[in-house]
Design a protein around this ligand. Structure first.
Ligand code: ADP
Ligand code: MG
Length: 256
């Protein structure tokens, strides 16, 4: 029904997790099976939501996908190769922003490019572009403590986007913000995506906000707890931001 050509099956598989298991060992306590038999596939071009209760292992799954943590068992592949360490082409937005307080906005964003060995002049130029894109123009030299929560998270987004990731992982990116600030930032991100100006090819977003998931995602994976696993999956094609450009969809919404 969409007027935007989008055939997902033709897009490359970025993340391929099959039968993955994660067990934490805590001293003398019994082992904690956090994730069991988790299978997740994400293709380029998708916005996928991961919805689950606190403690169900969502952040653990993101850490495993990004290569920050090695799974206890199962297959974890990024772009067709086993994940053995931090993955290139992947970046993360954290719930608590995770900014360096002693660095300026510009320096915090440039950090995203340092690991890639980009030359200093290009780092600066690309960081300035990302800062401008995310609406922080004029705040390049401010320190995080001088910014509101919403602006701090914009820095978090700029740092994740500056690398032009194939997949941007977002771990409850709006949940530390008040309702209105969250709404504004969410809308800005979706608008950039719809306009094709968001420099990320796909998104995996962890959230416990159902409305947010429905609003932003093509597809929502519902996570069970104890242990965490994908219990159900919902397609949200009708609501997907891409379809909002569709006149047919517009007409449907206007009818509601
Ligand atoms: P969520 O993001 O869904 O809230 P987490 O992945 O953060 O869930 O945590 C899942 C479970 O694993 C929780 O019970 C948490 O206490 C436990 N856990 C998380 N990280 C560790 C760790 N490094 N060592 C031991 N237990 C952990
Ligand atoms: Mg979490």
């Amino acid at each position: 029904m969409s007027n935007v050509e989008f055939n997902l099956a033709e897009h490359p598989v970025l993340v391929d997790v099959q039968g993955m298991r994660q067990v934490y060992h805590k001293g003398d306590n019994p082992d904690l099976v956090v994730l069991d038999d988790v299978s997740v596939q994400i293709r380029e071009g998708e916005i996928v939501g991961l919805l689950g209760r606190s403690g169900s292992g969502k952040s653990t799954l993101l850490r495993i996908i990004s290569g920050l943590l090695q799974a206890s068992a199962g297959k974890v592949q990024w772009c067709g190769k086993p994940v053995k360490g931090p993955c290139e082409g992947l970046s993360m937005v954290f719930q608590s922003f995770a900014l360096f307080p002693w660095l300026t906005v510009l320096e915090n964003v440039e950090i995203g490019l340092e690991a890639q060995g980009v030359a200093a002049a290009e780092r600066r130029q690309r960081a300035l572009q990302a800062i401008d894109l995310i609406g922080l123009d004029g705040f390049e030299n401010a320190y995080p403590k001088e910014l509101s929560g919403g602006m701090r998270q914009r820095v978090g987004f700029a740092r994740a986007l500056v690398v032009h990731p194939r997949l941007m992982l977002m771990d409850e990116p709006f949940s530390a913000l008040d309702v209105l600030t969250a709404e504004t930032l969410r809308t800005d991100i979706i608008d950039l995506w719809i306009e094709g100006r968001l420099p990320a090819k796909s998104i995996l977003m962890v959230t416990h906000n159902i409305e947010e998931a429905v609003l932003m995602c093509d597809r929502i994976m519902i996570f069970s707890s104890n242990p965490g696993r994908v219990a159900a999956e919902i397609k949200v094609e009708l609501m997907h931001p891409r379809n909002r450009l569709d006149p047919e969809f517009r007409a449907l919404v206007d009818d509601i």
